[in-house]
Write a protein that binds this ligand. Structure first.
Ligand code: THU
Length: 165
């Protein structure tokens, strides 16, 4: 007998950055600053990501585009690659993502693309811990407990080697 299964996601929505703790506000500011350093001459869509590591350190990344479009990289993966490369033993705890408009003002909140969701999922698998995600926009901020909220039924290391941890 077939069955319909449902997956529900939940997240918290804030309407004011002041409702968040000081560390999270600082992280969101860092993501906005990172967006200002984006290289996005083709889309003009500047995205910034900031990762809070367990030590408290913040690592930033921005999208970096290329005339050969697929060679460009998103802010989230730039930040994760920087964190993993420079601080391989420092676990990512929270990831904040922001975008800025062409005039430099904060844009509406965005959600990461599929490639980035997969890369965030890999980092969660590496540590066997969730990475809290803050999607920050000019009118609201969404807080998610982990990438499972954005990438259910994911393909990860346990799919590849179901017999190994
Ligand atoms: N982009 C990001 O950096 N992160 C996202 O979550 C969505 C999209 C970038 C990729 C490209 O440089 C530009 O935004 C437009 O898609």
């Amino acid at each position: 007998m077939s069955e319909i299964k449902n997956i529900s996601i939940s997240f918290r929505e804030f309407h004011n950055q002041n409702e968040l703790g000081a560390e999270d506000q600082e992280l969101i500011e860092a993501s906005v600053e990172a967006a200002r350093s984006a290289y996005a001459p083709y889309s003009l869509f500047r995205v910034g990501a900031a990762i809070r590591l367990e030590s408290g350190r913040i690592v930033r990344g921005a999208n970096v585009e290329n005339a050969a479009f697929p060679s460009g990289i998103c802010a989230e993966r730039t930040a994760l690659a920087a964190a993993i490369t420079n601080y391989p033993d420092d676990r990512p705890v929270t990831l904040a993502i922001s975008a800025i408009s062409v005039d430099g003002s904060p844009a509406e909140q965005l959600t990461p693309c599929g490639n980035c969701r997969q890369v965030i999922a890999e980092e969660e698998s590496r540590w066997s811990r969730q990475i809290r995600i803050l999607l920050a926009g000019k009118n609201k901020i969404l807080e998610l407990d982990g990438i499972g909220q954005l990438l259910p039924l994911q393909f990860n290391r346990s799919s590849l080697r179901p017999d190994r941890p």
